[in-house]
Design a protein around this ligand. Structure first.
Ligand code: ADP
Length: 462
């Protein structure tokens, strides 16, 4: 730091102040006749010059300290100036240096706090906006940017979120009393149709006092699409299950009514009706069995099986079970397995998986066709698996229907499925069991040519 020059005006005014008592004394001596005016003037001038010489370096030190304080307050840490009389100003210089250190550490702490707060805001999974009283967005987090794109500071909320319910609620909260006495938060639900329909709950909370940057309220958005979808799935499931049970039940009631009334004495008709009633009762039984199986698997889904299961026995057992249906359709069932095809799993549940898949292959495979069951060791997701494919050469499945196949009660042709005795739950059960086994299900199909359902199951250790 360069040493400042002492301005003449400052030096002269300081010397004048210091000389004032001496000049008064000299004037008193001259007026009393104790001193001649000539020597008195001479003495005053000599004294003023000497004082100027003595005071000047001290003033230069003071000015240097003043500049040092100014520099520290503007630019932060600075080296202290070189002083002519360091002992006189040492306290002041040390105090400024201490202030400088304190300011530095406070500044560092504040910068760190702001950084931490910004990181926390950005890590929040829900979009968040800091709003001014005029509904302008002062700041927003990363989740908000990924939902709405870049949000320049000062942009009005209305230009980004045009939902009138949200804007009205925000305005009500912003117009309400703020501070500790009042100002309650409000929530409102809304949906965004693009890019994919999503449903949100917006919560607008006023701050107890306006922040120094102008923030008066915080707006957060909570994405509740998944919860709504789960609720909708549950509602649909109950409606579907009730509908599936209602139809055979209505048929049973109808037949009972007819047998009690018009067909009371018609033995031949009664025989026919009883056969259909038994069929409907079977259908209800299958449905209830499948529903119970599904809920049981859902309960166990988080507990992966640990036993080793030999699939050879299971697959040939299912083939024997399906032999009458295969024969009735003049189909051929071929099973091609490696030596000792072992996987980690639960025998009963794996029997259910391959029974459902092979039964579907028989049902939808087409008369006179061949059904193949092939198992091969394969790497899947970086792990050793056994891939067991059930292949048919039947009706196949349209590409647009593939993603929904494992949904409960989803059928590509509901009437045909019912006619073949299907419940619409078979593939949903397969999917749940495979998930519990930490495996995977892959479906490929060509309409009119056939389908291939491949189950990947973790290989059993030797
Ligand atoms: P379902 O009891 O109706 O067979 P699933 O859950 O087993 O129910 O199958 C769901 C739907 O998937 C069936 O209704 C059928 O439309 C279709 N599907 C299943 N397997 C096949 C297959 N091998 N070939 C063609 N379509 C199939």
């Amino acid at each position: 730091m360069t040493r400042p020059k002492v301005p003449f005006a400052l030096l002269s005014s300081v010397v004048t102040v210091l000389m004032a008592p001496v000049v008064i004394l000299l004037l008193l001596f001259v007026s009393l006749g104790a001193l001649e005016s000539g020597p008195a003037w001479f003495a005053a001038i000599v004294l003023a010059l000497a004082l100027g010489g003595i005071v000047r370096p001290h003033l230069a030190d003071l000015l240097a300290l003043r500049d040092y304080g100014g520099e520290v307050s503007w630019r932060g840490h600075q080296d202290p100036p070189a002083l002519t009389f360091p002992s006189a100003a040492v306290g002041l210089e040390a105090a400024i240096a201490r202030l400088d250190r304190m300011w530095n550490s406070d500044h560092k702490e504040l910068t760190e706090s702001v950084k931490v707060l910004k990181t926390i805001l950005d890590r929040l999974p829900d979009p968040l906006f800091m709003l001014t009283a005029e509904r302008q967005i002062l700041r927003s987090n990363r989740a908000a940017h990924s939902l709405f794109g870049s949000l320049p500071e000062g942009r009005n909320l209305a230009t980004m979120l045009r939902n009138p319910d949200v804007l009205e609620t925000v305005d009500t909260v912003l117009a309400g009393p703020s501070g500790r006495e009042g100002g309650k938060g409000k929530a409102v639900e809304f949906s965004l149709p693009v890019p994919i329909a999503r449903s949100f709950r917006a919560w607008i909370e006023p701050l107890p006092e306006p922040a120094s940057d102008g923030t008066v309220a915080i707006l957060t958005l909570y994405d509740q699409s998944a919860e709504k979808r789960t609720k909708q799935l549950q509602t649909d499931f109950i409606a579907n299950a009730s509908h599936e049970l209602k139809t055979p039940l209505a048929m049973l009631s109808g037949y009972i009514e007819t047998m009690r009334g018009p067909a009371r004495d018609d033995e031949e008709a009664q025989e026919k009706f009883l056969a259909t009633m038994a069929e409907q009762a079977d259908r209800m039984g299958r449905l209830v069995d499948d529903l119970l199986t599904l809920s049981r698997i859902e309960l166990q889904e988080h507990m992966a099986p640990t036993k080793t299961v030999e699939l050879d026995h299971i697959l040939h057992g299912i083939a024997d079970m399906l032999a009458p249906a295969v024969e009735a359709r003049k189909q051929t069932l071929e099973i091609d397995l490696p030596d000792k095809p072992c996987v980690v799993g639960e025998s009963d549940q794996l029997t259910q998986v391959f029974l459902n898949l092979m039964d579907n292959a028989v049902k939808y495979g087409g008369d006179g066709s061949t059904i193949e069951v092939v198992a091969r060791p394969e790497k899947h997701n970086g792990r050793d698996h056994l891939a067991i494919s059930v292949i048919d050469h039947g009706v196949g499945i349209a590409p647009e229907q593939m993603p929904r196949l494992t949904e409960r009660f989803y059928r590509t042709d509901a009437a045909r499925s019912r006619e073949l005795g299907g419940t619409g739950l078979g593939l949903a059960i397969v999917k749940h069991i495979v998930t519990r086994h930490q495996g995977d299900l892959a479906i490929t199909s060509t309409p009119g040519k056939g389908s291939k359902f491949t189950v990947f199951l973790p290989d059993a250790p030797d």
